[in-house]
Design a protein around this ligand. Structure first.
Ligand code: GUN
Ligand code: ZN
Length: 449
């Protein structure tokens, strides 16, 4: 791994977003500097970004030359399970069977702190190699799984969100993965919040697994904690598959919808991120938008488990924050570029039934917004990361336009920048990542260039 050089100026093509470019690639929403400079201070935050030729003298420092490559903010994966590292690509089951047959036995192993530490390291190395610098991470029910993960993230200087999974309701929480009562789950959560929340770049998230695996008492406790700690995040799964959604409505007959179960428990707020939300309606979307809550759009996972096609256009038109999630191990790639590839196809399919003039497509610019600033907004971390505004933490990725022969040819043939970026979004993957930086320090450098 290369040594950190700080302060430094990174020279290359620089792209970042100031807001969602929307369906029409609003030119005011993004900045592109073809021969650009990204100046980083000794403290690892952004000082200045713009055209190389316009770099003010006061920011001139050691130059790291990435000319010919694309520099974008670090990718944000808003929903992923580090505990499923060893069982990704498990065959042939929809959500509820897949959890019982593959996920729960895999998560049981995290009772061993050494195993949790080992997998945390492998997982974070994998994210770095994919250009992902921040994630909303699910561990297991074991408090030691959170300690192991946060300790590894802290050592690497990463901005990460994680929190002990809460689950106590059989059969959707098997006995061997269940909290031993609500008071103990609360005590464990409080202890972990005290140890990790706002410890350097780490954010704690209250994490009831999903409505079916928590008792009503545990959901109520989670809601109470989130009121008591308003800057602690909340993350959970919602309305992922049709059978799961039907089971939730049968178990909570007073709830108007799946999301309403969380709302009634006090879990639907401005720091909440809900994975999936495939089977939601207009009222749910309005409620999410009004609360400032977010959806993690997990295309590879929703396709892999046959959960359904997320309505991206409806969510954004309703004003809901949306980020991208790989949701590995139900998701099939750690790469946010691969995830964008599938997101593009999901949007195409979902829109295909609308009249042509009302269809949305996921442009490359909007895709890269989703993978960077959009993800930061979904995790409510956009005051720290997501773009290169001065003062932001300098997490960034260097992308290779010629990572594969196919991508190189397609890039050569592209007529303009959006077309080149689209080729990267559709043909790119972990091979595109030349280097990944956190707070201006290299955390991954590709072995060959
Ligand atoms: N719903 C509850 N738990 C999980 C999980 O681990 N993965 C996915 N995709 N959905 C879930
Ligand atoms: Zn998940």
């Amino acid at each position: 791994m290369a040594e950190a050089i700080l302060p430094a100026v990174y020279r290359g093509t620089v792209l970042h977003f100031l807001r969602d470019p929307g369906a029409d690639d609003d030119p005011g929403a993004w900045e592109l500097f073809e021969d650009g400079a990204l100046a980083i201070g000794a403290d690892g935050t952004v000082r200045w970004t713009g055209d190389w030729a316009a770099l003010p003298e006061q920011y001139l420092a050691t130059v790291v030359d990435h000319r010919g490559a694309l520099i974008v903010p670090g990718f944000v994966d808003t929903h992923i399970h580090y505990s499923q590292y060893d069982m990704i690509a498990s065959f042939g089951a929809q959500l509820e069977d897949w959890l019982q047959d593959y996920v729960f036995p895999a998560e049981r192993k995290f009772a061993d702190p050494d195993y949790a530490d080992h997998i945390s390291g492998l997982f974070l190395d994998t994210l770095a190699a994919c250009g992902t610098t921040t994630a909303g991470v699910y561990p297991t029910v074991h408090p030691t799984s959170v300690d192991a993960f946060f300790a590894q993230a802290h050592r690497r200087g990463l901005r990460m969100t994680c929190g002990k999974i809460l689950m106590d309701k059989q059969p959707d929480a098997p006995e061997f993965l269940s909290d031993a009562g609500v008071p103990q789950a609360e005590e464990h959560t409080r202890r972990l919040i005290a140890r990790w929340h706002r410890n350097d770049r780490l954010t704690y998230a209250i994490t009831p697994r999903f409505a079916l695996s928590s008792s009503a008492e545990q959901l109520a406790m989670s809601g109470r904690l989130s009121r008591e700690f308003p800057d602690v995040a909340v993350q959970t799964h919602a309305a992922e598959s049709r059978p799961e959604t039907a089971d939730v409505l049968a178990r909570f007959p007073d709830a108007r919808s799946y999301l309403d179960v969380y709302d009634k428990a006090g879990l639907l707020g401005a720091r909440s991120t809900f994975g999936h939300c495939v089977h939601v309606d207009e009222q749910d979307r309005s409620r999410l938008a009004a609360a400032g809550a977010a959806i993690a759009f997990c295309p590879t996972s929703n396709l892999f488990l046959g959960s359904g096609l997320f309505d991206f256009a409806a969510a954004r038109e309703a004003g809901v924050r949306v980020g991208l999630g790989s949701d590995c191990g139900a998701g099939t790639s750690y790469s946010m570029l691969r995830t964008l590839n599938e997101a593009y196809k999901v949007v195409m399919l979902k829109e295909s039934t609308k009249p042509a003039r009302r269809r949305t497509t996921l442009s490359a610019l909007r895709g890269f917004y989703l993978a960077t600033l959009g993800g930061a907004e979904a995790l409510h971390l956009d005051n720290h990361i997501g773009n290169f505004r001065p003062g932001k933490e300098a997490d960034f990725v260097v992308l290779d336009w010629a990572a594969t022969p196919t991508l190189a040819r397609r890039t050569e043939a592209a007529r303009d920048f959006p077309e080149r970026l689209f080729a990267q979004m559709i043909l790119g993957d972990d091979r595109s990542i030349k280097a990944t930086y956190a707070m201006g320090r290299p955390i991954y450098t590709r072995a060959t260039t």
